[in-house]
Write a protein that binds this ligand. Structure first.
Ligand code: SF4
Ligand code: SF4
Length: 341
């Protein structure tokens, strides 16, 4: 697969990365084989996270036997404080079976509170900075669902790589973040390039994404068929057609009223409902094991049942989502998914 330069890291990475969420629900042997076949196909960029259950271990199994320097590995820690960060990083190294990780991200720095915590004395950023000095990490990075916070982190000069959601529906990053990454020569990883499993036309998704030369889409991969399909699309170096543009416009209108961008501008809910999490029921059931989805989304759905329809959140949502109605739909979807799953 064609390689592209990941901003000022200078790393040459495959045009598309391998996202390590879905292998959580793949049996170990199959997951290890999938990683191995993916690397053999020419994908050298693999992204995972501390919180993706056994994903790091499965990737560690799959990359055994390949030259370490031919691979670009990325993982993430959700820690706020340095001590926990150090524990996460050491565990990531152990699970992956490597001496260093190329790109280590502070995972989802998406609220002012989390941003302040990671930069506080004794915070996770201190751990990341020291890990770079110690050679455990090559390049500091972050991921975030919150665009203004992400832009601030990019401008801080403290990170070489940013990971933000980006697909043809969730396209806010194209106005400022993607041009800024280019201007600052930062690596840009496009999270949820297929909308976290909700956009099923891979051709359209990648024709849209590949217009941007300085981004690397990071789709979650569950089987070799998926990566072969993406590989086939990428190898053709496709261009977005007029028909594609029209289709995207229609889909934006169709999805717009229900698409949660996970920005959390709607918070705080007086009832304490984690709204974006509860609105992620469909994606959660598609991407995670039932057990994992339960642990991540189950309690949010339970909490969502306490919505009193005060509409405070609706007034704050920049996308004007009908949140109380969507919560009800997600509760129903969840109950059906859990009972059939
Ligand atoms: S409408 Fe429901 S979810 Fe929104 S703020 Fe009120 S209680 Fe919370
Ligand atoms: S409901 Fe609206 S404000 Fe809340 S996370 Fe989703 S898109 Fe953002």
């Amino acid at each position: 697969m064609e390689k592209v330069r990941l901003g000022r890291t200078g790393l040459m990475v495959s045009r598309v990365a391998f996202g390590g969420i879905p292998i959580m629900r793949v049996p170990v042997g199959d997951a290890v084989r999938l990683v191995r076949e993916t690397v053999t196909l020419g994908v050298n960029f693999i992204d995972t996270a501390h919180v993706y259950a056994d994903s790091e271990e499965k990737i560690g199994g799959g990359i055994k036997g390949f030259q370490r320097e031919e691979l670009v590995l990325a993982s993430k820690s959700p820690a706020n404080d340095r001590k926990t960060f150090d524990e996460h990083l050491n565990l990531s190294l152990k699970r992956l079976g490597v001496d260093y990780i190329d790109i280590y991200q502070l995972h989802n720095v998406a609220s002012p509170e989390r941003r302040d915590a990671v930069f506080a004395p004794g915070g996770a950023f201190e751990g990341l900075r020291e890990a770079v000095k110690a050679g455990k990490v090559r390049f500091p990075a972050f991921s975030s669902h919150h665009l203004p916070i992400a832009l601030g982190l990019m401008k801080s000069g403290k990170f070489d790589v940013a990971q933000l959601p980006f697909n043809y529906i969730d396209h806010d990053a194209e106005k400022e973040a993607i041009p800024l990454a280019k201007e600052l020569d930062m690596g840009f990883i496009a999270m949820k390039p297929m909308g976290g499993g909700l956009l099923d036309d891979a051709g359209l998704s990648f024709r849209y994404l590949l217009q941007y030369e300085n981004i690397v889409p990071d789709p979650g991969i569950e089987n070799i068929k998926e990566i072969r399909e993406i590989f086939g699309i990428v190898e053709k170096r496709p261009c977005l057609t007029t028909d594609d543009r029209e289709k995207i416009q229609k889909l934006r209108v169709e999805f717009g009223p229900s698409w949660c961008h996970r920005c959390d501008y709607c918070q705080p809910c007086p009832q304490g409902i984690p709204i974006s999490m509860a609105l992620g029921a469909r994606s959660g059931l598609k991407r995670f094991t039932l057990e994992r989805a339960r642990s991540m989304v189950g309690s949010a759905i339970e909490k969502a049942k306490s919505c009193v329809e005060c509409r405070v959140c609706v007034s704050r949502c920049p996308y004007h989502l009908e949140i109380p109605k969507l919560l009800k739909e997600n509760i129903t979807y969840w109950q059906q998914g859990v009972s059939s799953g």
